[in-house]
Write a protein that binds this ligand. Structure first.
Ligand SMILES: [Mn+2]
Length: 330
């Protein structure tokens, strides 16, 4: 069943929370700064209304949100867990939650709060899906604005920090095309609730260790261009990660460092994930990245997609660059 307004979402959510039964908040696997920070905010909003709840992740939380004390606030999935009410944030298909998907088989109510284009929906569950919203956190904000405003200052500041982080994540620090006047209106209200923007910018987007900066430098040093400098290709290796004491998690935002490069129409970042096996990130406003990545079993959005290619480096590079050239010419 589709929920159509913030008021309807709030009424439905709170009515079900009032029923006896345990409540869990879930987000997609490999949670990002939207899904997980939105879950942290929703957790406090429900607690304030008197509803105990757990945030359940399939794996322990990464370090990225340590400044929001994430590790004290989430629990890791176990197969004997059972919840009556599931709330999904930043995704609307239980399959996307990884191992936590089995919780949906045991739950009696599922409410999904998301801003991704709806896929197949299940008649038994509730959906509030707003693709025009900048982040799942922005939906939580517009839905529970009055509850947040009436929190004691310390807790209100924490929830505002979480929600502002969801926007930093999904706009990539206000650099993405989804940054509009409404984003700044929400951020202005969150700032009035206690957010100190430069501190969150530093804690979330600028918190690179020297080793990470060195790795980013190595990635940038690998830049090659093709097709009259309209295709930019960069790559990193497992050895580089190991030498800098980093993990795959540290490769996640590399493409932001090449964004906007003059004259470039398509960006390709290839990271080695095992010998002769590469994970590619494709970014372009000029071609359909999703269509290209789908040819290799991947996908995503039109302007940003990913796929894996299992070939020796030189072959992988030729394969993807040829495909991108073809699209740019077409
Ligand atoms: Mn999101």
């Amino acid at each position: 069943m589709k929920l159509n307004s913030p008021a309807q979402l709030k009424t439905t959510l709170l009515a079900h929370c009032r029923q006896p039964g345990k409540i869990a908040i879930l987000t997609h696997k490999n949670p990002d700064g939207d899904g997980l920070a939105a879950a942290l905010a929703l957790q406090d909003i429900l607690l304030k209304s008197g509803f105990a709840n757990d945030i359940v992740l399939e794996e322990p939380a990464a370090n990225e949100l340590d400044f929001l004390q994430v590790k004290d606030k989430v629990i890791v999935f176990q197969s004997d867990m059972e919840y009556k009410i599931l709330i999904l944030v930043d995704c609307h298909e239980p399959e996307r939650t990884g191992k936590c998907a089995v919780l949906a088989e045991k739950a009696s109510v599922l409410i999904a709060i998301d801003h991704h284009e709806p896929q197949e929906l299940n008649n038994h569950w509730y959906y509030y899906i707003k693709p025009d919203q900048v982040s799942a956190g922005a939906i939580i904000f517009t839905t529970f604005r009055s509850e947040i405003a009436s929190m004691p200052p310390v807790r209100r500041r924490y929830v505002a920090d979480c929600l502002y982080t969801t926007i930093l994540n999904d706009t990539d620090g206000f650099m993405n095309s989804n940054t509009d006047a409404e984003v700044f209106r929400i951020c202005a209200q969150l700032t009035e609730m206690g957010v100190i923007p430069h501190l969150l910018m530093e804690a979330f987007l600028l918190n690179n260790s020297p080793a990470k900066l060195r790795f980013i430098g190595e990635a940038l040093s690998s830049i090659e261009t093709y097709h009259d400098d309209t295709i930019l290709f960069l790559h990193t290796t497992l050895d580089q990660l190991a030498a800098n004491g980093l993990s795959q998690e540290d490769t996640s935002k590399i493409t932001r460092w090449v964004k906007g490069s003059t004259g470039v129409k398509a960006f390709i970042y290839a990271r080695e994930i095992s010998p002769d096996n590469y994970r590619l990130s494709l970014r372009s406003a000029a071609i359909n990245c999703n269509a290209i990545c789908a040819k290799f079993g991947g996908g995503g959005h039109i302007s940003a997609s990913g796929c894996s290619i299992q070939l020796p480096f030189a072959d992988m590079k030729k394969t993807i660059i040829d495909e991108v050239k073809k699209q740019l010419n077409g």
